[in-house]
Design a protein around this ligand. Structure first.
Ligand SMILES: Nc1nc2c(c(=O)[nH]1)N[C@H]1C(S)=C(S)[C@@H](COP(=O)(O)O)O[C@H]1N2
Ligand SMILES: [Mo]
Length: 372
């Protein structure tokens, strides 16, 4: 439906349309990680051209004039509805500031910091960004399409190429949301990102944005939403994006929902800092379950923790920028640590509990620097 072509023929590598300069991105096959060390001057929102991209296949180029969003299924009264891009723009709009983060963000630290490698894209901490999203609440579209009282699950699907792995075709990227979450006023069908039309790599003409939840819930290139009176499944909530491992129930834990509390320094790993003077250490912290209310930094291996100055008031689904002045006591190697606490009191632990796919690495990440 309206798909003109995709960013690259495949097999999936390089299927991103926007330029990926090495000063801004770390490439990971068909995905691209944002570099924290060159983010400092960008402000609160991650500019669209610097926002990380996580593609299962390749960015499709979709003609917005012929594109339609089809809402259908057994829990709708009547035959459902179709919305064009113009229809969406004619409906009352809502803007939500929210962090979007891949569940696999920080995966390389399972190996690097805890000695338990997990397979999959070895993201550092740059599989995350924050944007101002504008669009129509999904709830409004479901109601306009005749939502009935029996709805249980809502299944949004993408128009990107079907995803094949290990010789199995899993179909279009799609993942069910329980109806209660789908009706949350902050869950948007977004057509703008940071005041610009949604760029192709981020889901043009429209994507779902599910603030606080694992990034895969925010289906890009939205083409179709099924609303059913029974539970729906897809590999993205049964095989993937669940926790499997020793600390989980037999057969795996429930489908992942919220992201965990995390922090990152806006500094190169292995940065070299001058001795004998003070340095302003800055970074950002975020959580899927409420705004960050406190950030502490340790420069001595985790013995003493000092509160960082928060530059943004804790609010909504956004991240919080922070800074702290540090005067290194002597030349040498240091491991900087930042530890955030969110509004619900969740604190980053020193060690994260392993899971087989390496999702949700929420432990304090040790950030090496050398003082000379
Ligand atoms: N249709 C579709 N939606 C998708 C994906 C995809 O590959 N196809 N990737 C998901 C994953 S795993 C993440 S983390 C986010 C990434 O969004 P971004 O590329 O805009 O940063 O999109 C999600 N939505
Ligand atoms: Mo993701």
């Amino acid at each position: 439906m309206g798909v003109v072509s995709s960013g690259s023929p495949s097999p999936y590598g390089g299927g991103i349309v926007k330029p990926l300069p090495r000063e801004w991105f770390v490439p990971h096959g068909g995905s691209a990680e944002m570099r924290w060390d060159t983010l400092a001057d960008t402000g609160l929102y991650t500019p669209n051209e610097r926002f990380f991209v996580r593609n299962h296949t390749a960015t499709p180029l979709i003609d917005p004039r012929t594109w339609r969003l089809r809402v259908h299924g057994s829990a709708l009264r009547g035959g459902g509805a179709e919305f064009s891009a113009a229809d969406l723009r004619a409906l009352p709009a809502r803007t939500v500031d929210a962090v979007l983060e891949c569940a696999g963000n920080g995966r390389r630290f399972w190996a690097e910091q805890q000695g338990t490698p997990a397979p999959g894209t070895p993201w550092g901490l740059g599989g995350v960004g924050m944007a101002s999203w504008r669009g129509v609440p999904l709830a409004d579209l479901l109601r306009a399409a005749g939502l009935g009282p029996d709805a249980v699950d809502v299944l949004p699907s993408g128009l990107d190429p079907e995803y094949t792995v290990g010789g199995r075709n899993l179909g279009h990227v799609r993942r069910p949301l329980p109806i209660a979450k789908a009706l949350d006023a902050d869950v948007l069908v977004a057509y703008e990102m940071n005041g610009e039309p949604l760029p192709p790599d981020h889901g043009a003409p429209a994507r779902l944005v599910v603030p606080g939840w694992v990034g895969v819930a925010s289906i890009k290139w939205l083409g179709d939403v099924e609303v059913a009176d029974r539970p729906l499944g897809s590999p993205w909530n049964t095989e993937y994006y669940r926790l499997f491992g020793p600390a989980q129930p037999e057969g795996g834990g429930p489908a992942l929902t919220g992201q965990v509390v995390k922090s990152a320094f806006e500094l190169a790993r292995g940065a070299v800092l001058a001795a004998g003077r003070s340095h302003r250490l800055c970074g950002r912290s975020w959580s899927g379950t409420g705004p960050v209310r406190e950030v502490e930094v340790s420069t001595d291996g985790g013995l003493v923790w000092r509160p960082a100055e928060l530059l943004d008031p804790p609010a909504g689904h956004g991240w919080t920028r922070w800074c702290l002045d540090w005067h290194p006591p002597a030349p040498g190697r240091y491991g900087l640590r930042a530890r955030a606490t969110d509004g619900r009191g969740a604190v980053q632990p020193a060690e994260a509990e392993f899971n087989r796919e390496g999702y949700l690495f929420g432990a304090v990440v040790v950030h090496p620097v050398t003082v000379v």
